[in-house]
Design a protein around this ligand. Structure first.
Ligand SMILES: Cc1cc2nc3c(=O)[nH]c(=O)nc-3n(C[C@H](O)[C@H](O)[C@H](O)COP(=O)(O)O)c2cc1C
Length: 403
């Protein structure tokens, strides 16, 4: 496998020497792309000798080979370790001021970063924001670990160990293509029910989990259609995915009905409004029209999942989500079982939501039950990780049903 290892200017660069050795020993074709600052910590000859490939930091070397994009285009996997606060900010902004920057912009391979910095830098709102943006773009993050840092202080900021980084990164590309040729429709995001031409009733779904499922399914070989209700601005569907944009629950239902026939797998990850405004005003409602208060009459929306289940064809797998505010794991499981039975879906993925969890967050935790209420998997971590855990469960029940 063609692996690019970006090394940036932190003390932990010395640990990436072991990372490069591990990858080379495992038989991979490793290309090290250091930043200029990285070379102040570990010199160029070390990287060239270990990787057995030429090393440069500059877009102006070896121009005939169009190196500034060739490395990214050839890569099956890109690892940035250590990833400094500076490089993470440059990645967020899409800067292309050195060979690592152009390589990162030119690649469609999975990108793994292993941040390393002092705790204060890691917790700074700028870095927190950058990590959110990068995660939402699908960058995989390993660490940082909690421990003693270079200045003798301690806290989160230590680069993860090379073995852990290599294992996490290789697992991404060695994922099974077990959905080759399978067609999947995924719904994502939050529906918006209009009140008048400028206002709506919505929910806090960012679309991150559904978009991650769509991307993960494409990684595993599926043909993917994403029925996208409102997505947060930083949540962008993978270019391999066909996107159908919808607004209301009714529009989402219509799009699901239209695409369901051709789908082998349907995953309803969108947060769909249960109710719509009975009489949508043609003009903007004014305060003077309803002095002292406004009552909105709501009517119940149709049950999209039940309709899909009623129309399910042979061999089709239907998966629903349940976002629940619960007091305990036990209560979450009970609700998951009840909903799976009520809806007749093949799998139900339940996640606890609340003011600070589930929605909008980069991480998620899922409890996945089958139609009989058996827990087939639990998963927690990034929404990419939980997406793959859900697809593992989908692939497993499809294999079991084929005997
Ligand atoms: C001794 C030393 C250690 C450093 N360690 C780190 C680090 O662990 N993480 C970090 O984000 N920056 C660290 N820095 C600061 C970076 O080297 C600096 O921000 C540099 O501009 C990063 O450039 P690069 O991201 O292009 O490699 C360190 C600087 C020095 C002098």
């Amino acid at each position: 496998m063609f692996v690019v290892v970006g090394v940036t200017g932190g003390i932990a660069a010395y640990k990436s020497v072991s990372l490069v050795r591990l990858l080379v020993k495992a038989g991979h074709d490793v290309h090290v792309v250091p930043t200029d600052d990285a070379l102040r910590f570990v010199g160029l000859p070390t990287w060239e000798a270990l990787s057995r490939n030429p090393v440069t930091t500059s877009v102006h070397d070896d121009v005939a080979k169009v190196r500034h994009v060739a490395l990214g285009q050839s890569a099956d996997l890109v690892i940035v370790a250590p990833a400094t606060a500076n490089t993470l900010a440059a990645m967020t902004a899409g800067l292309a001021s050195d060979l690592l920057g152009t390589t990162l912009l030119a690649t469609t391979a999975p990108v793994v970063v292993a941040p390393a910095m002092h705790t204060e830098m890691w917790r700074h709102p700028a870095t927190v924001h950058n990590m959110e943006v990068l995660r939402a773009r699908g960058v995989h993050v390993v660490g940082p670990a909690d421990g003693v840092l270079t200045g003798g202080d301690s806290g989160p900021g230590r680069m993860s160990e090379p073995e852990e980084i290599a294992a996490a990164a290789l697992a991404l590309v060695e994922r099974p293509r077990d959905l080759d040729g399978v067609s999947i429709v995924v719904s994502a995001g939050g529906t918006r029910e209009p009140i008048d031409p400028v206002r709506y009733l919505g929910n806090r779904s960012s679309g991150r989990q559904g978009v991650a499922i769509a991307r993960a399914a494409a990684d595993r070989g599926a043909r993917v259609t994403l029925v996208a209700a409102h997505l947060d601005a930083d949540v962008r569907p993978d270019p391999r995915v066909e996107v159908i944009a919808v607004g209301t629950a009714d529009e989402l239902g219509t799009a699901m009905d239209a695409t369901a026939d051709d789908a082998d797998v349907i995953v309803m990850a969108a947060a769909v409004a249960d109710y719509a405004v009975a009489a949508v005003s043609e003009h903007k409602l004014r305060k003077q029209d309803s002095p002292g208060g406004l009552t909105l009459q709501l009517t119940e929306n149709r049950d999209i999942v039940s309709a899909l289940v009623a129309a399910r064809r042979d061999g089709q797998t239907i998966v629903a989500f349940a976002a629940e505010t619960v007091e305990s794991d036990e209560e979450l499981l009970q609700r998951a079982r009840a909903k799976a039975a009520r809806k007749g879906v093949d799998l139900l993925a339940a996640n606890a939501v609340g003011w600070t969890r589930g929605f909008e967050a980069a991480d998620n935790a899922l409890t996945i039950v089958d139609r009989d209420g058996r827990v087939v998997a639990t998963a927690s971590g990034s929404k990419d990780d939980t997406a793959h855990a859900l697809l593992d469960a989908i692939a497993a029940i499809r294999a079991a049903s084929r005997g």
